[in-house]
Design a protein. Structure first.
Length: 91
């Protein structure tokens, strides 16, 4: 399996860092590190996340990383990180 980040997921990481860094730069850096490390577990266990059937026939799933939701798609031998956000955000 291979892991790929979408441009929207990378923009989400940047947005979250910028928001958190206004208050606490070390905490912002820690959150981004945790979020970038988290999907590596998917390489060994790609279906560990809850499947989101509203996206069928695509296989879109989600995992929680602390207080953040990460959505990803399994397509062949590639896992695409699609989006991520804080669960307190209005999504």
């Amino acid at each position: 399996m291979e892991l790929q980040w979408s441009s929207k997921a990378l923009a989400d990481l940047s947005r979250l860092y910028e928001f958190l860094a206004l208050v606490n730069k070390p905490a912002a850096a820690g959150a981004v590190q945790a979020l970038t490390k988290a999907p590596t577990i998917l390489l060994a266990n790609p279906r560990v996340g809850e499947q989101l059937f509203q996206f069928a026939p695509r296989e879109v799933r989600r995992i929680l990383v602390g207080r953040y939701e990460m959505r990803y798609e399994i397509h062949g031998e590639t896992i695409y990180v699609l989006r991520l956000w804080h669960t307190g955000e209005d999504r």
